[in-house]
Design a protein around this ligand. Structure first.
Ligand code: FES
Length: 244
């Protein structure tokens, strides 16, 4: 039977002088031992639980697919992953496989989308996903204090989930709401102009099942705290639509 020889022995036998061989070997920077240190989460049997779209989500998925031409069904990969993730909580392999099966495309086409976009979670997460922005404007406005408050209140570090499965904390890059820094999102909602005390209040409310005030915690939208300095009178027109 034909068997491939290891690359290094092919190299050593022939074409490259010794110095080149060393250079070729140094191209790999990942120690082989790392493969054993970081087992894939999906390998756990509990993470391979079968997944099926619920009847309600199946209906939504079918409706969604009607918007795509037959030969471009794969264009629905992202919205379908979103539907599946909302149902299951995260994108396990069976979830991605179910999406691939629904779209009649190879599973790898779904894996490459789910592993590229950070909005798809490849690990189980808490009921509330706290995504705290740690980029410069938020950092300057006190995101470190926000992180510390959450860590202390919940007893977890960045990347961890509370034991009761309620909260997961992660750090994200700019959330696009810098004018209201510091900012965090919790699932689909933004919480802005945060302070340690407002963060404690938000966490307390979530624990009680109360929906906290969304958006800025201290002002209206992103208007200046001291009131508007521009756009203070009715626009004079011309208007682009008569109903505006
Ligand atoms: S830097 Fe935090 S929202 Fe932009």
């Amino acid at each position: 039977m034909f068997a491939l020889k290891p690359t290094t022995s092919l190299l050593s036998k022939s074409i490259l002088p010794k110095a080149s061989l060393l250079a070729a070997r140094s191209l790999s920077s990942t120690p082989i031992v790392a493969r054993n240190v970081m087992p894939r989460t999906d390998a756990k049997p509990s993470n391979m639980a079968p997944f099926k779209f619920s009847p309600e989500n199946l209906k939504r998925a079918e409706e969604l697919l009607k918007k795509y031409p037959d030969d471009y069904k794969r264009g629905a990969t992202i919205p379908l992953l979103d539907i599946a993730q909302r149902q299951h909580g995260w994108c396990s392999v069976p979830v991605m496989n179910a999406v691939a099966e629904f779209l009649e495309i190879p599973p790898i086409r779904v894996y490459e989308v789910a592993t590229f976009y950070t909005m798809f979670h490849r690990e189980p997460r808490g009921k509330y996903l706290l995504q705290v922005c740690g980029t410069t404007p938020c950092k300057v406005c006190g995101s470190d204090e926000i992180f510390n408050t959450i860590k202390k209140e919940l007893g977890i570090n960045v990347g961890e989930t509370t034991k009761d499965g309620m909260f997961t904390l992660i750090e994200v890059e700019c959330a696009g709401a810098c004018c209201n820094a510091p900012v965090m999102s919790i699932n689909d909602d933004y919480y802005e102009d945060l302070s340690p005390s407002s963060v404690k209040k938000i966490l307390k409310q979530l624990r009680k099942g109360v929906v906290p005030k969304r958006g800025s915690q201290t002002r209206h939208s992103c208007e200046p705290k001291t009131g508007l300095t521009a756009l203070t009178s009715e626009p004079t027109g011309p208007r682009c639509r008569s109903d505006l």
